[in-house]
Design a protein around this ligand. Structure first.
Ligand code: HMG
Length: 445
């Protein structure tokens, strides 16, 4: 059977940076370690005044097409996943296609375009759509461009302000891909939740603490649902587990729960029993409360074991390296985690061809999805081509006053003109408004 999956990936970060321990924490009167150690974040990426979800998406796609030698005729589908859209009718993908047509020969008139919305999980849903389209044989030999792009900004003063970010991830989905093959097995955990939403408003209404609990509950359901089709997961089955990363501390909590789940009834649980006992089972307790207390104690002990620490350092820590420097990219976040994983593997000289990744996506509102991916033979040359380190290094480091200005510039309810902090080069920029309220873009050489 023909393999279908991600052939190539490109990343575009917003051109500005907010230093969380150095600039944000002192203004908030908080300990910098709340950010670096607690949330696990060093910085957030922000869009400069000429950047938005379209420029970042088009710039990531441009890099990808240029590097891979793709032309519009090679692409039969453009899906953009975002939760920062500014139009309820015209999809972002049409704007992106318009941008790309400025720089490539030919056009995208033949391409099916759409926009996917389900909070942060929409990027993975767009990957699914592309996979299904190719598997159904409707692609006429063409691949799909899937782009996840967001400006993940929170209202000033909201607890989420510490986890902001902005950027885009573009992926080319094709037959016999270079990077990873997607598997058909998937698990879902989905429920009607009101933890994070944007009812016709730009900045989210968030119940932050509850959103953390909902993430864990839906992820657990998705893992169990995945196991119902793919069989029990064992820690040795997967080289890495990239997860949706609103902030690395969230994944740290999810990873401990996942590890407890996947070692149950294995020799790992047996080996640990001498030191920390066996996992509590509900049938061994008179009340739910007693069971939960025992579980909490077990988790506290498990967290300190060498087995868990080694597994975490090898399987989870490498997935978080880009996220620590950019914050939450919403729809792009899990795809950044995959890129981070493979980049860390390449840098540590690990041979990944044939290895498997357990990928956990999540979107508030809420839905989690878990699937497996198999790394392909040519993965290293795709990852080597990323210039994400240079992009992160080149960001303009904002002062607190700069940050206040740029947040206002991206607040749809304010009309402020902010001078750009950086000089665009070889990229698409926002170029003002058209006659019908449309946004206009141009490529700057
Ligand atoms: P908060 O109240 O600012 O922070 O809100 P906190 O007091 O909970 O502290 C955070 C962590 O830092 C804690 O670690 C503290 O202990 C630790 P934990 O106990 O959780 O492991 N800490 C310190 N560590 C070391 N030294 C110190 C120190 N001080 C504290 N001095 C919250 C945090 C996440 C609630 C907030 O940032 C928020 O509301 N964020 C937005 C919502 C969010 O990201 N939720 C995540 C799950 S939902 C999701 O992922 C979906 C999403 O991406 C949207 C979508 O799907 O579209 C958000």
């Amino acid at each position: 059977m023909t393999a279908v999956g991600i052939d190539a990936v490109e990343i575009w970060t917003g051109n500005l940076k907010l230093d969380l321990p150095g600039t944000f924490a002192p203004e908030k009167g908080e300990d910098p370690e709340k950010y670096t150690k607690g949330l696990g974040l060093n910085a957030s990426s922000f869009p400069d005044s000429y950047e938005d979800i379209v420029t970042m998406a088009a710039n990531a796609a441009y890099r990808l097409m240029d590097r891979k030698g793709l032309e519009p005729d090679d692409i039969g589908r453009i899906d953009v996943a975002t939760e920062s859209a500014f139009d309820n009718s015209k999809p972002v993908s049409t704007y992106v296609a318009g941008c790309l047509e400025q720089v490539f020969e030919g056009d995208f008139h033949h391409a099916n375009k759409g926009e996917r919305k389900f909070a942060c999980i929409a990027g993975t849903q767009s990957l699914d759509d592309a996979y299904n389209w190719i598997k159904a044989g409707r692609n006429r030999g063409r691949g799909a461009l899937v782009i996840a792009t967001d400006t993940a900004l929170y209202a000033r003063g909201d607890a989420g302000e510490a986890t902001q970010g902005a950027g885009a991830v573009a992926m080319y989905i094709d037959e016999e891909p270079n990077l990873v093959e997607l598997s058909a097995d998937q698990g879902y955990g989905s429920a009607d939740e009101t933890d994070f939403l944007k009812p016709n408003q730009q900045f989210p209404s968030v119940d932050g603490k509850r959103s953390v609990q909902v993430y864990l509950a839906r992820m657990r359901e998705a893992l169990e649902d995945y196991e119902s089709v793919a069989g029990a997961v064992h820690p040795d089955d997967f080289a890495y587990a990239p997860f949706h990363t609103p902030f690395p501390g969230m994944v740290r909590r999810a990873a401990l729960l996942a590890y407890r789940h996947v070692i149950r009834n294995t020799s790992i649980e047996d080996d640990l029993a001498a030191d920390i006992g066996r996992q509590p089972r509900p049938e061994g307790f008179d009340s739910d409360e007693a069971y939960r207390d025992a579980l909490r104690d077990y988790m506290d002990s498990l967290k300190e074991t060498d087995q868990y620490r080694e597994w975490y350092a090898e399987t989870i820590e490498p997935t978080l390296s880009i996220s620590r420097e950019v914050g939450n990219w919403y729809t792009g976040s899990v795809h950044l985690a995959r890129a981070s994983t493979l980049k860390e593997a390449l840098e540590s000289g690990k041979e990944m061809a044939g290895s498997r990744l357990l990928v956990g996506s999540y979107g508030s509102g809420a839905q989690a999805e878990i699937h497996a991916e198999t790394v392909r033979d040519s993965w290293a040359e795709e990852i080597e081509a990323l210039n994400v380190d240079e992009q992160l290094e080149e960001r303009y480091d904002m002062s607190w006053e700069d940050y206040e200005e740029i947040h206002d510039a991206h607040n749809h309810e304010m009309d402020v003109d902010v001078e750009e902090f950086t000089t665009p080069e070889q990229e698409f920029v926002f170029d003002g408004w058209g006659r019908m309220g449309e946004r206009k873009y141009r490529f700057v050489e």
